[in-house]
Design a protein around this ligand. Structure first.
Ligand code: AHG
Ligand code: MN
Ligand code: MN
Length: 339
């Protein structure tokens, strides 16, 4: 029987020990983050039991209805993270402006961006949801309050990124630029234990994940690509399987392990797609690349995109390297045809 007693804390410390110049600050930041997600996980698990479901009646800055659990997760993240002395500024999907560190707290050198609860429209149906985070080193002078510019760095500058999936079990998957590691939360003693060391995603998968209901709005290249995966023209070839949960974290987590491609494209209604660059696509792109996969907006590498605003949206094509290369080819060919 395989047993693992490598806790998240031990793993983070051991990773950091390999870098003599490290101060331990990133370790304690990740540790604080893991604590916040344990609190969120507990609340997510209780969601069916206590009267926490339903809309608050408020809308977030994107005009979407916010559920109570979104706000709980948002506030929990802030409460757990604003006084550790490691951060200079934060940004969350649920807040229009950047979030400053309180004046009486020590100001640190890191920047944290997060989606406190991803896939929140699935909460009522007991479907997997998640938390996504992205960490940068500040670029503004140390000791001063963090700025919007600190938050608007390219994805390649991330020092760490991760997600927590609240599924049949709770898992944290993170990278600090040296591979991707997955930890499963033991609910009995509240520790994340290493369950998926050094995750590598298959070079080609057999799954595609996209909201196919939007087919009629797609660009022709994407329509052709999906027909290609369905092997419409070749009756002897086995088609890809379609899997779409509607929670980015859960869809990408499954594809990371099994191989496949997740797409949230631009279409004729939404030229920039739906998902957010800074706290959805960039952290996921960092993780997927570290696992040997590929992520782009269809034209350029996701991590190379120059951000212009905290809440900007981007099309996303992410997953197994060969699958992403293939869709890029389809999009590119169609562009040349219409040009
Ligand atoms: P959030 O709950 O943080 O707003 O994100 C929801 C996102 C993402 O998780 C998912 O992939 C996508 O919305 C699903 O969108 P559609 O319902 O348009 O397919
Ligand atoms: Mn989201
Ligand atoms: Mn969200």
């Amino acid at each position: 029987m395989k047993q693992s007693f490598m806790t998240l804390q031990r793993h983070i410390i051991e990773e950091e020990r390999r870098h003599p110049e490290a101060t331990g600050e990133l370790s304690s930041l990740l540790w604080d983050l893991s604590l916040a997600t344990k609190v969120i996980s507990l609340e997510v698990n209780k969601a069916g039991l206590v009267d926490i479901l339903g809309f608050t009646g408020d809308e977030n800055i994107h005009g979407e209805k916010v559920k109570k659990l979104d706000m709980f997760a948002h506030e929990t993240m802030i409460k757990a993270m604003d006084h550790g002395g490691h951060l200079c500024v934060m940004a969350s999907e649920e807040e229009d402006d950047i979030i400053h560190i309180p004046k009486n707290k020590r100001i640190g050198k890191y920047v944290l961006l997060f989606d406190p609860l991803d896939g929140s429209s699935n909460i009522d149906a007991n479907v997997s949801i998640g938390t996504i985070f992205s960490i940068y080193r500040r670029i503004s002078p140390n000791g001063t309050p963090g700025t919007v510019e600190d938050c608007l760095q390219k994805g390649v500058e991330q020092v760490a990124a991760g997600y927590v999936i609240y599924g049949s079990s709770t898992m944290m998957v993170y990278t600090a630029g040296e591979g991707v590691h997955g930890f499963t939360l033991d609910p009995a003693f509240g520790e994340y234990l290493l369950s998926h060391p050094n995750i590598k995603t298959p070079k080609r998968g057999k799954i595609y994940s996209i909201n196919e209901g939007n087919y009629k709005y797609w660009h022709p290249g994407l329509k052709k690509y999906i027909k290609f995966l369905q092997k419409d023209e070749d009756p002897n070839e086995k088609p890809y399987s379609a899997r779409y949960i509607g929670s980015m974290v859960a869809d990408i987590h499954r594809n990371l392990l099994y191989g496949g491609i997740f797409i949230y494209p631009e279409d004729i209604r939404h030229p920039n797609g739906k998902l957010r660059l800074m706290y959805e696509c960039n952290p996921m792109a960092f993780i997927v690349e570290q696992a040997g996969g590929r992520a782009s907006d269809g034209k350029i590498r996701m991590l190379e995109k120059q951000p212009t605003s905290i809440h900007q949206r981007t099309p996303v094509y992410i997953g197994s390297e060969e699958d992403v290369l293939t869709v890029e080819k389809f999009l590119h060919e169609e562009e040349n045809v219409t040009a």
